[in-house]
Design a protein around this ligand. Sequence first.
Ligand code: AMP
Length: 284
Amino acid sequence: MNRVKTEIDLKKAVATAKTEHRSIGFVPTMGALHEGHLSLVRASRRNCDFTVVSIFVNPTQFNEPQDLLQYPRTLEQDLELLEEEGCQIAFFPGVEEVYPNGKGEAPVFDFGSLESKLEGAHRPGHFKGVGQVVARLLEMVQPDTLFLGQKDYQQYLVLKMLVDEILKAPIEVVLCPIVREPDGLAMSSRNKLLRVDQRKDAIELSKTLLWIKENLDAIHPLELKEGAVQRLRNVKSIVSVDYIEIADAETLEPCDTLPKAGFAGLALGAIQMEDIRLIDNVRL
Ligand code: AMP
């Protein structure tokens, strides 16, 4: 595996692969890698000839300074895991490499109503930052396929819009399923920050989303959402429920009436456990 820190070295390595007509798969991450990330790396290894994984904790997508400060960083361990997975390039640039003209000069993309609901409503500017870093990484990597996790479903919709409608880039965007702990908790780098009691309570989020799925035919969506929020508010370590939503899978528009046959939607939720924020979703 090639360990690369600069744009020049990255472009050189990718150019060699391209002259050999190898298809390039790209997995952007913020590191502190777990099985969820590795499932994307494996999908890229299966579908493409050459896999590039980036590890970059992007400052422009953090709306809470404390969240950025405490975000877990485990670079050496991450590099070993990527080596074991047979990844061809691990790209871990510094902030100056990603934003050579300064963070303030990065382009600002408009994702319409997608960026102001759910995660966007609770994390102002978050998707602008995600768009900036992924656009820049795509410019450097020039992949054929981009692999993203369903865990961050709204981010997937934003990035699909970035690739297809804004950049109009010939890049296929592949969505990979959520990888969970044996008890159902969606894997997340932030899980590493949970205390034992918080970790125990954290599974209530996925359990509650599954409860919505199981009762979708029997209970009105507005009642389901209300019931889900109440359930979560009763859990000791959950200090607040940012949102629970039942939404259309394409637009994330809320579904406030009994869903019709063939409804393709998701139940999505976000909770706060002290200063650790967890999100999850299930397909309905
Ligand atoms: P992050 O490092 O959190 O920015 O995530 C990098 C990529 O891994 C994103 O596309 C995430 O959606 C994906 N990812 C994170 N957690 C999981 C998971 N539990 N299952 C599947 N994909 C995940």
